[in-house]
Design a protein around this ligand. Sequence first.
Ligand code: HEC
Length: 464
Amino acid sequence: MLSSVTLDARVSSSGRNSTAPKDCTTAAETALQGELGLSTGLYPTNNLYMNDLDRVDQTHRGRLLVSCACGLALLMTLESIVGSILAASYFPTAAGAHASVARMHEAGILQSFHYWASALSIVVGFCLLVVGTWLGWYKSSNRGPYVASAAMFFLAMAFQVTGNVLPFDRHGVQTAAIESGIAARMPIVGRATSKLMLAGDQFGESTLQLWYKAHSLLLPTLFVLVVILLAYPLVRNRRTLSAVGVALPTVVGLVLALLVRSPFGTAATPADYTDFSARVSWYTWPMHGLLHMFDSLRPGLGWIGAGIIPGLFVVFVFSLPLWPRKVGVAPSRIGLGAFLALFFVAGAVFAGSSASLIGTRDPAEPVRVVQSSTGQAKIDPALVSRGKQLINSVGCSDCHGADGLQGGAGPSLKEVWKQHSDAQFYEGYIRKPTSVSPDSTMPAFADLKQQDLQALAEYLRSPK
Ligand code: HEC
């Protein structure tokens, strides 16, 4: 990285520093350079050049971004090629998916590379987006590469979300169901969106097939368009690149794939389609935090955090190149800082624990309050019918369906009475779900009156 930066400085200040020595290009790099038509980024480090970076022309300063953006494109291209090799032995069915991925997982490196390249492309894309925005690269002649980097970041996220379910392990299936459940919370369009995401009313095999199509056809097509957007102006303007910047992401991806095995859990069962106890995946961590943050402001507002705020971030990023030139970089830096602070604080404070990046990501068994086997209070029918009304009037039915029995963004509550017969469990759960199940995505209903809580609990614990 450092050497690429100094290359920028050298090129930009070539008038003054034309006598600087250029003697550390290795034979291997010269070969690579010839092959790719690139110039290498190796150059003696000198603080003077580093400080010059601020004064140099945008075009030159952006060379690092351009090289790394090409590096990201290279990484994602290789990842796609590996993906299509893997696809040849993949079965997108509930019965076949896990077994076919298990065989790939056994075979090793290809599947591991696909996994790590995917994680890495999110990280690299994010860094490019942040650095590019901070330095105002979207204003320069590197507008195209800037937009392409941002697009690659969001595509990498979409690849990750859709690809996560393909192994059909417990974590993948549960998180996919949670993600669609969160979408279902949006007012007006929520139901339709979740139906579209699930390819039906509930998570199932058709969901897997839909996500697989998105992952293997739709997203790769968009990726090709982005690569064209990135490459066309570079080729036309005969831009030179730093070989280090181009190669770095792929090299890191290969090293990770060789050293660390990708995670893989046990096969999902239909019980996982409606179980929501999976831990948060690292890449959805800020969204999950925002979901909880807004829910804690007012139950039911979580969709603003999980959907609207990330949506505004996308709009913000892609609108930057359109801002008038006379607007300096300060407003966009403030905007960027505000978004990042919000994402980070929400993630750190509200998101709970996250799933491990390696090893098995199988969800822990949800924390269940031990039910007392004796001396349960008798069910009070009047309280039950009041509870049933409350389920529909205080908003439970938005997620658990009419009377709480149909399910939707949350599971159907028809069978819960078989697991818990004590009223305290339900009262505690409704008031603050995370106090019972730490990774719960259900909003807290802290403002409900005690008598309403009692009625709800009575309804939930009554046999149905
Ligand atoms: C925004 C959606 C949403 C709303 C509104 C909601 N829930 Fe939930 N609920 C969930 C989700 C999702 C789960 C799954 C587990 C989890 O994440 O806690 C859940 C789980 C539960 C469970 C535990 C089920 C089990 O098997 O352990 C109970 C009980 C419950 N909800 C009751 C209620 C009641 C009562 C209300 C209304 C006061 C309500 N919920 C409102 C989403 C919601």
